[in-house]
Design a protein around this ligand. Structure first.
Ligand code: NAP
Length: 247
């Protein structure tokens, strides 16, 4: 129970990798705030699964790309839990397409959710963490933010942006004992990857030395490590969880 008594916000936490992270942090004793953009009823099953570990869990609806909604969410969490120890910026979307056909709206939406969302949530919690001289932020990037990927110029740029953001903020807040790291998953079995054409999936598989796709729990394990005291001297890092795909 290495996170007993801590409070963690997991954005986009009602399904996929976010839900696995919420469950893993709850297993370690953290109280969990599941954020998502969907209606509260759709977050109920994740809340029930988290509460099964005997921790407190609240679902809060907020669009991470909306600064005011994020501010309200952070205020609600601080009022209820007395502070925030962990923020996992997991919410993310894709709007794939080759650059020649990519609409400006597809560029903007992906940047707003994936990159501005990370900015909004981090800015929202950072003062509280700095004044407590303790805090841990994990940003979910992607291997395509490191390697690039055809058809994902918007998504890859947003995920590369997260890496630059992570390193910069880690340098800004390290002196206050706030750590900021990124996890870059490879191909993970979730709704996000389910819909990809078989040919695209096969292409990914050719480049995965471990010869299989990853599970959300395998990403959650690394996120949990980065939130725990075991990683207290690790900050500004990008850890790939990709079966070797980015090698
Ligand atoms: P997912 O199954 O599509 O889940 C994404 C979650 O984010 C959903 O619950 C979604 O809500 C939520 N969300 C979307 N827009 C939001 C917003 N504006 N505000 C708050 N929440 C929002 O995706 P996933 O595969 O679990 O991915 C989670 C993270 O890992 C993402 O950042 C993704 O880019 C990254 N990642 C995934 C893979 C992979 O292979 N799956 C690989 C590398 C990186 P809705 O239910 O409303 O859509």
């Amino acid at each position: 129970m290495s996170l007993k008594g801590k409070t963690a916000i997991v954005t986009g936490g009602s399904r996929g990798i976010g839900k696995a992270i919420a469950i893993k942090l709850a297993q370690q004793g953290a109280n969990i705030v599941i954020n998502d953009v969907v209606e509260l009823e759709k977050m109920e099953s994740a809340v029930t699964e988290v509460k099964a570990f005997g921790v407190d869990c609240e679902a809060l609806k907020a669009d991470v790309s909306n600064e005011e909604e994020v501010k309200d969410m952070v205020k609600t969490v601080i009022d209820k839990f007395g502070g925030i120890d962990i923020l996992v910026n997991n919410a993310g979307i894709t709007r794939d397409g080759l650059l020649v056909k990519m609409k400006e709206s597809d560029w903007e939406l992906v940047m707003d959710v994936n990159l501005k969302g990370v900015f909004n949530c981090t800015k929202g919690v950072i003062r509280s963490m700095m004044s407590k001289r303790s805090g841990c932020i994990v940003n979910i990037s992607s291997v395509v933010g490191i390697t690039g990927n055809p058809g994902q110029a918007n998504y890859s740029a947003s995920k590369a942006g997260i890496i630059g953001f992570t390193k910069s903020v880690a340098k800004e807040v390290g002196a206050r004992n706030v750590r900021v790291n990124a996890v870059a998953p490879g191909f993970i079995n979730t709704d996000m990857t389910d819909g990809l054409p078989e040919a695209v999936k096969e292409k990914f598989m050719e480049n995965i030395p471990l010869g299989r796709y990853g599970d959300a729990e395998e990403v959650a394990e690394v996120v949990a490590f980065l939130c725990e005291d075991r990683s207290r001297y690790v900050t500004g890092q990008v850890i790939t969880v990709d079966g070797g795909m980015a090698l």
